[in-house]
Design a protein around this ligand. Structure first.
Ligand code: SF4
Ligand code: SF4
Length: 311
């Protein structure tokens, strides 16, 4: 009998809502593999901070009614968030009204001075490393500084198959940094010309073994929540189960959920540049209700770990 998944159960806490916010579509980099629409400069960033805060608070209050008491807000790249002049005031304002844990995703390019002035607004920082534009020494300096300030800091190295050796060499350079911050690889998929099929088997193995360095001792404990969020338990038709790590579902080609019931709007929402509440996969949300997946492939790694089942 062919073995196939029939249910995926997220390991994220039940009372937690993941919120990904893309505050801007401007960026100071111009990566060749950038996801279409990510740095077009059409929306720039929210102009009216007060209205933005009111809208976020209203959304969080609605979710509180269904038992969500903790909000993990990821201020995402796809656009460079640190270019939004009100970023710091926004973080401060939301933390005053709700139980919000803030992760900032940034290309890390702002000056060390900027990071020194602003690091305390964030609970953790993910620095995406883009080999075409990033300065490796500056990247390491920023990550070392954040680590020194006891922030949870992760570097995510985008693995460009066309410049594979350069990406691997960047990781080798990072491994010699002053502090042992977390280093992880990330595949580039779902942009024109970039799917998993462009990688060789050896490259796929390198990406699958994604964690290239973990922090030592008690610093590792701070990463555990992330690990819980980016994994799930996969149940199969033969009554077996397997823990899926970040890449497991995509790499095994288990990510076809068309017709499945998916809890995307109850576990994770996205607020886009234009202020709309959406799903990260682009599927129209059904209020705070499950959706039936209309897509042939679930291509975004975190989305593959949302709770879903065959119906
Ligand atoms: S840093 Fe991110 S948003 Fe900016 S161009 Fe590169 S991939 Fe696009
Ligand atoms: S594509 Fe969207 S709706 Fe479909 S399974 Fe993935 S997260 Fe759920």
């Amino acid at each position: 009998m062919k073995k196939f998944p029939i249910k995926i159960v997220s390991t994220q806490d039940q009372d937690l809502l993941q919120v990904r916010f893309f505050p801007t579509d401007i960026c100071n980099f111009n990566c060749s593999y950038c996801f279409p629409g990510s740095h077009d400069g059409k929306f720039r960033y929210p102009k009216d901070l007060e209205s933005t805060l009111i809208n976020f608070r209203n959304v969080f209050d609605q979710y509180k009614q269904i038992g969500k008491t903790k909000f993990h807000l990821t201020i995402s790249g796809g656009g460079e968030p640190t270019l939004w002049p009100k970023l710091e005031d926004f973080c401060k304002g939301l933390k005053e009204s709700h139980n919000v844990f803030i992760t900032l995703v940034s290309n890390g390019s702002r000056t060390l001075e900027w990071w020194k002035n602003n690091y305390h607004y964030f609970d953790d920082v993910t620095l995406s490393f883009h080999h075409e534009y990033a300065n490796i020494q500056h990247h390491c300096d920023v990550a070392d500084f954040l680590y020194e300030k006891e922030l949870k800091v992760t570097t995510l190295v985008l693995m460009d198959f066309k410049n594979w050796d350069k990406c691997v060499h960047s990781i080798d350079t990072m491994l010699a940094s002053k502090y042992p911050w977390y280093i992880q690889t990330k595949e580039i998929v779902d942009a024109p010309g970039h799917g998993m099929d462009v990688y060789s088997e050896q490259q796929k193995k390198y990406i699958d073994d994604s964690i290239k360095r973990i922090p030592a001792g008690d610093r590792l404990l701070k990463q555990l929540n992330d690990i819980k969020i980016h994994q799930s338990v996969v149940l199969f038709n033969d009554n077996t189960a397997e823990v899926a790590r970040p890449h497991t579902v995509i790499l095994n080609n288990w990510n076809q959920f068309q017709g499945w019931q998916c809890m995307i709007g109850l576990e994770s929402i996205v607020i886009t540049h234009d202020g709309l509440v959406n799903s990260s996969c682009g599927v129209k949300l059904n209020g705070i209700e499950p959706v039936i997946c209309p897509k042939t492939d679930c291509t975004c790694q975190p989305d593959t770990h949302i709770t879903k089942c065959i119906i």
